[in-house]
Design a protein around this ligand. Structure first.
Ligand SMILES: [Zn+2]
Length: 196
């Protein structure tokens, strides 16, 4: 069995290579649970069957009173209390600019570029991709459904949900279904496209 150590070594090298190319998990900041040495907060959420986004710590921290003073009642309900706007109610649903960036209505962080947007017909603004690192995903098990919630990585504001494998002819086959209320639009694109 002289070949066996070689095979094992090769496999080990391959495993290491795989680990090296894997992107690091996107964690805006360490939450209180990180002190316990547990692997990750989203995993904990999965174990306990609850959405973990309320327990996360985001770079931008504001109290409930501050958010209420800054946001409209509708923005507060959706961004801070995970509400959903009525379908077909947002002007951004049919808004298809050729350039510019959609920012978080809570903190103005750039979230989606104009060329990430596509027509889904679902009644909410839809994007197939996001500005790298700008959007954080959480498993959401409210109402007995398992969905992937998306929030702003900077302030934790609720954006909507992401759905995969629906067959839309986009590069990712993902649909970020975003409340228009959670977004502002800036026609000047402050995001540098590293792939350009
Ligand atoms: Zn934000």
């Amino acid at each position: 069995m002289r070949f066996l150590p070689t095979v094992v070594r090769s496999f080990y090298a391959f495993s290491n290579a795989t680990f090296r190319v894997a992107p690091p998990p996107l964690r805006p900041a360490l939450g209180p649970t990180a002190k316990l040495g547990l692997p990750s907060i989203p995993f904990l959420g999965a174990f306990f069957g609850t959405s973990s986004s309320n327990n996360m710590t985001y770079p931008l921290q504001k109290g409930k009173d501050e958010w209420q003073a800054q946001l409209s009642p509708e923005q507060f309900r959706i961004l801070r209390e995970k509400g959903t706007e009525a379908p077909y109610s947002s002007d951004f649903d049919k808004h298809m600019p050729s350039e510019g960036v959609y920012t978080c209505a809570g903190c103005e962080a750039p979230l989606y570029k104009a060329n990430h947007k596509f027509k889904s017909g679902c009644g909410w603004p839809a994007f197939f991709d996001a500005v790298p690192g700008a959007v954080t995903r959480h498993v959401d098990r409210t109402f007995g459904m398992e969905r992937t919630e998306i929030v702003c990585s900077n302030c934790g504001g609720h954006l909507g949900h992401v759905f995969k494998g629906e067959g839309y002819p986009t590069p990712t086959d993902e649909r970020h279904c975003v409340n228009g209320v959670s977004l502002n639009f800036n026609k000047n694109d402050p995001v540098k496209d590293s792939k350009a």
